[in-house]
Write a protein that binds this ligand. Structure first.
Ligand SMILES: *Cc1c(COP(=O)(O)O)cnc(C)c1O
Length: 359
């Protein structure tokens, strides 16, 4: 090729998203992308309809109304919030603003696949560290920090494992990091984990901690692409310089504001998730399929090997159910199953029970 892409770009492996259809079936149940089984919140749908008639207008560039709403509901400082096209864009802001060629970005063994993609986008080097029993390990991270390290990415709860690093361990990590390293706490699944503050205290009090949140999971707005980050003012001000002035449409802003002002929705969805997650986890173990306790809205089932996982996946497909094979996350023997509502969870359990009985 005579065109020369920027350094790192050709190292990027394209992101794989969950599939959504099965040829010849119209009763497909998609449990491959950790989407909300209850759909979008009705208040957000109403706000979208209202905002639609004004799309001839450019949207707000400072996102003031949405940031104020988030600040109010989460008890944060509005000036320290930055909004993006999904939390993915906020992760991109921090990576692009604070790392480049020669720098290292740390993530872990089963960490979210966007982290190495973002590192390469910035021309930095992604460094993948081992976990211990599918949990991020603070000592392993601290040992790997060097002058070159710029960012440490941790999703907590993690995807696809569903495991959580306890608060005290995160504090120990934040305490141990040198001042030139940013700790990013990706809180995409925070609302499903009871008792964890989602990194709020650390992001509020430390000069080098950023937390990110999304409207894609518990808020049921994955198709609309809205997320946000919270961190020290200085860090947010730097990130804002590379944010496009109109990155979020009026429709996105209106939907997110309506959703964030509907805390009952979050509570009800999280409650349903906790019930069905416990039921699914119990049923899987009953069938002899290993899984860790999940703190998120999915369960990572571990078969004995890839062949058994292939068979389990086929049994689910025969039942019209699509789940995610987290092969690229280091689990060829795994199935990541999004927790659905009661009826959907029943379908998963039935399909796998029939498969076990036939096997
Ligand atoms: C789903 C997910 C996100 C959120 O992505 P959006 O861009 O906000 O839709 C971020 N991090 C992890 C680990 C996720 O699984």
């Amino acid at each position: 090729m005579s065109l020369t892409p920027q350094i790192g770009i050709m190292e990027i492996t394209l992101y794989e998203s969950g599939t959504s259809s099965i040829v010849g079936r119209d009763d497909v149940l998609k449990l491959s992308s950790n989407e909300n089984p209850l759909g979008p919140p009705p208040a957000a749908v109403e706000a979208i309809t209202k905002a639609a008639i004004e799309v001839n207008r450019y949207p707000s560039t400072d996102h003031a109304a949405l940031r104020d709403a988030i600040a109010e509901v989460y008890e944060l400082e509005a000036s320290r919030i930055i909004c993006g096209v999904g939390s993915d864009e906020v992760l991109q802001f921090v990576t692009q603003a604070f790392s480049g060629e020669g720098d290292e970005i740390i993530y872990t063994e089963h960490g979210f696949s966007m982290y190495p993609i973002l590192a390469h986008m910035a021309g930095a080097t992604p460094v993948k560290l081992p976990e211990v029993e599918r949990v991020v390990d603070v000592d392993i991270i601290l040992e790997a920090i060097s002058e070159k390290t710029k960012i440490v990415f941790i999703a907590n709860p993690a995807n696809p494992t569903g495991t959580l690093v306890p608060d005290a361990e995160l504090v120990r990590l934040a305490d141990g990091l040198p001042a030139h390293v940013i700790l990013v706490l990706d809180g995409a699944y925070v609302e499903f984990s009871e008792g964890y503050d989602g990194g709020k205290t650390l992001a509020a009090t430390r000069p080098n901690v950023l937390m990110t949140r999304t409207f894609s999971k518990v808020y049921g707005l994955g198709g609309l692409r809205i997320g946000w980050g919270y961190g020290p003012q200085e860090m947010i001000d730097v990130m804002t310089r590379i944010r496009q002035p109109f990155n979020l449409s009026g429709v996105q802003l209106a939907a997110a504001e309506a959703a964030v002002r509907d805390p009952d929705w979050v509570r009800d969805c999280a409650k349903l998730n906790a019930e069905q997650r416990a039921r699914l986890t119990g049923a899987m173990r009953q069938l002899g399929l290993a899984c860790d306790d999940s703190e998120a809205n999915f369960v990572l089932v571990r078969c004995v090997d890839k062949a058994e996982a292939d068979a389990a996946e086929q049994a689910l497909l025969n039942g019209g159910i699509i789940v995610r094979r987290p092969t690229s996350y280091g689990f060829p023997e795994g199935l990541r199953i999004t927790v659905g509502d009661a009826e959907q969870t029943g379908r998963v359990i039935d399909a796998l029970t029939r498969w076990r009985e036939a096997g």
